[in-house]
Design a protein around this ligand. Structure first.
Ligand code: ZN
Length: 220
């Protein structure tokens, strides 16, 4: 059973909640997908069964077309947020990690063509592997974080939180105007360019600034 973990530490005593996500939060990814900038943030949810530990080999669906990496900065909440202010959000963040918004790209393309929501492409079990979390006090500026994803030794994604269209704290405040966020929920903050298919046996290295380095792989 998945439990939130401290990076280089033990379990965090918070329940495991849902994952709240934003699509299209980096211009370079919007361009690579030939999508358009959304006027208001494009939000979607993954259920708690999506969460799993990124350090154990990733189990990805193999019979539904391509499953793409989307490395994102992940925020763990320790307090509920309902119609929150930015100050409320700052007080509610336990810490920061990285997560993969695994996406069945072929399924998503079909859903988009039919005007259907994205759950089948993005909200399947184990679709959100996350790292351990580093306490918020360790970060000076959440919008000055570099993060990278290497697949088989080659850099596939290299992002910086300064490039977000919707910054982390106002984004979470905005989400909470629509749905209540709970203690133990995780917020994924969008992916930069460099999405592509993951294959059985791929080795994966994910980093967040000088705080987190995760080495893992796709289950063979
Ligand atoms: Zn994403």
């Amino acid at each position: 059973m998945y439990q939130h973990q401290e990076y280089q530490g033990g379990p965090i005593s918070l329940p495991v909640g849902k994952v709240a996500c934003i699509g299209r939060n980096y211009l370079d990814h919007i361009e690579e997908m030939k999508s358009v900038v959304s006027e208001s943030p494009l939000l979607f949810l993954k259920p708690k069964a999506a969460l799993c530990d990124m350090t154990t080999p990733l189990s990805i669906p193999t019979d539904q077309g391509e499953c793409h990496n989307e490395l994102e900065v992940a925020v763990l909440l320790k307090h509920p947020l309902c119609k929150a202010t930015e100050d409320d959000v700052l007080a509610a963040i336990w810490g920061i990690g990285v997560g993969l918004d695994l996406t069945l790209r072929d399924v998503q393309r079909n859903l988009k063509a039919q005007g259907q929501p994205w759950e089948r492409a993005k909200s399947f079990d184990l679709s959100c592997p996350v790292s351990g979390f580093v306490p918020i006090a360790s970060f000076d500026d959440l919008q000055d974080l570099h993060f990278t994803l290497e697949i088989n030794g080659e850099v596939r994604q290299s992002g910086h939180t300064a490039m977000m269209l919707h910054k982390i704290v106002p984004l979470i405040a905005h989400m909470s105007q629509t749905f209540t966020l709970d203690a133990g929920d995780v917020v994924l903050t969008g992916t930069p360019k460099g999405v592509g298919p993951l294959l059985a046996g791929d080795t994966i290295k994910a980093t967040l600034h000088d705080k987190i380095t995760i080495n893992t792989k796709v289950f063979r």
